[in-house]
Design a protein around this ligand. Structure first.
Ligand code: 5AD
Ligand code: SF4
Length: 453
């Protein structure tokens, strides 16, 4: 039997795509090798979001080159966003690569492997959803549901529109069918995936509303509607999604968090910058006050919701004053956690051409330090609200720091390490006894659990 080894870089969409790659390879008779050196097929699913992502991957590719030299019949494949961003150049720069494919061409890997072709092949069209390929789930009780691919935004810093193409939504009925099948297979928590999930459906044809009387006005299914229909599926206890865009964060989506039992109390709302001038240069299509207005609406409908975000520091022309505005938003919103990034120019993007006004490296570093300090302080303070509360936890497995304890996640997407007896995949109640900026810790309510049995 042939064996593959796959290394994944990047976001949750890539994790999803990798699960599908694995499912596809297993249906072709491949099995997973624990080490790269034992594999007949060495694969990478790459990311290109920042320069650091590129360089991490290139280091790994060096090992693949060595292994290929030792055993030339091995196949080396490179998929994902980095492959898409350099396309055929892959073969000039890395002649030992046999097959390269973009995120829209994962299925072509199967074609390559089953053909007699011995010449290097590249596949870079945008077609098909990886969501149609068979899945190999990392955990049986958690599943990804790819609702759309691609992105129609033009954020000036971002390479994704060029690596993942125009936005295409999957039909509503197909998604509901997939979700029902996932529930039947034991999935309790679904994470909806898309580059911009809450613009879901804009490209779909209008149809009569599901369940509505005949003759009613034809409408396009929207993201809130999708959430409502998924919430109605038996067996799905938790629904999450990533990533939404603040410009499309409509009231109906916010209300869904309050009204639909399975939609979790967590919203990731990428800020990027707190300065309206910088947001304009980033082409984010919202300004500071519109963003804060979305936050206020969330707080009104779902007061306890966890809010998380992404922030870029050092975007070209960012002044100390612009940066201070970002710090103000951070203090004002009170994020439960935030991913912070130093601006990294990406090939082909508008911002990469903005060489006038580039922020000097030491300034970027200094701003980053201040930002991280504020984010951590805020997260630690916010996390204290859980201490003393008993919260529902979906058990994921053993704690990473103490194998005698368990690890799981709350509906707010907080990691909890706790003492208890529950098995992975179970929902249980945990009393929270302490909180840091990153994790909660507590004890399972065993008496409550016994009583519920
Ligand atoms: N430089 C730095 N950060 C970036 N991101 C996207 N592109 C860049 C870039 N060129 C960040 C954004 C986005 C997250 C996934 O990565 O904050 O939301
Ligand atoms: Fe990386 Fe963005 Fe591609 Fe995800 S979509 S793999 S974050 S470049």
């Amino acid at each position: 039997m042939k064996r593959y080894h796959l290394t994944t870089f990047g976001c949750q969409m890539n994790e999803h795509d990798s699960e599908r790659m694995k499912g596809m390879l297993e249906s072709l008779g491949y099995s997973e090798a624990p080490e790269r050196a034992e594999a007949d097929l060495i694969l990478f699913n790459t990311c290109s979001i920042r320069e650091s992502a590129d360089s991490r991957f290139i280091a790994h590719l060096g090992e693949a080159k060595r292994l290929k030299r030792e055993q030339p019949e091995r196949i080396v494949g490179v998929g994902g966003c980095w492959a898409q961003s350099v396309k055929e150049e892959v073969f000039e720069r890395f002649p030992f690569v046999d097959v390269a494919f973009g995120p829209g061409q994962v299925h072509k890997l199967a074609e390559f492997l089953t053909s007699d072709s011995i010449t290097a092949q590249g596949y870079f069209e945008f077609e098909g959803f990886t969501g149609h390929l068979p899945a190999h789930r990392e955990r049986a009780f958690q599943g990804w549901l790819q609702i759309s691919v691609g992105c129609n935004s033009v954020c000036s810093y971002c390479i994704v529109p060029s690596t993942r193409g125009r936005e295409v939504s999957r039909p509503l009925e197909e998604l509901l069918g997939d979700a029902r099948a996932m529930a039947d297979e034991g999935v309790r928590e679904i994470t909806l995936l898309g580059q911009n999930v809450n613009s879901y459906g804009r490209d779909l044809p209008a149809s009569a509303p599901t369940g509505g009387p005949p003759g009613t006005r034809r409408e396009r299914p929207g993201f809130a509607e999708l959430l409502r229909l998924l919430d109605g599926i038996d067996g799905i206890d938790r629904i999450r999604y990533t990533s939404p865009h603040p410009k499309d964060m409509r009231e109906d989506v916010i209300r869904a968090h309050a009204e639909l039992e399975s939609v979790c109390e967590h919203i990731h709302l990428p800020l990027q910058s707190g300065s309206s001038r910088i947001l304009k240069a980033m082409r984010r299509t919202y300004d500071r006050s519109r963003y804060l207005d979305r936050v206020a609406l969330i707080r009104e409908h779902v007061p306890d919701a966890a809010l998380t975000t992404d922030i870029i520091v050092g975007f070209p022309t960012e002044t100390e004053e612009d940066f201070r505005e970002t710090m103000e938003v951070v203090e004002h919103v009170g994020y439960d956690s935030a991913f912070t990034f130093v601006f990294s120019p990406r090939r082909g993007t508008e911002a990469a051409a903005m060489t006038v006004g580039a922020v000097p490296h030491p300034v970027k570093v200094e701003r980053m330090e201040r930002l991280v300090e504020a984010v951590q302080r805020g997260a630690r303070e916010r996390a204290q609200r859980f201490v003393g509360r008993t919260v529902e936890v979906l058990v994921e497995g053993r704690s990473r720091t103490d194998p005698d304890r368990l690890r799981g996640r709350t509906r707010h997407n907080k990691v909890v390490n706790f003492g208890g007896l529950a098995a992975p995949g179970e929902l249980t109640d945990v009393e929270i006894l302490a909180a840091t900026s990153q994790t909660l810790s507590g004890e399972e309510q065993l008496l409550a659990r016994a009583a519920a049995r």
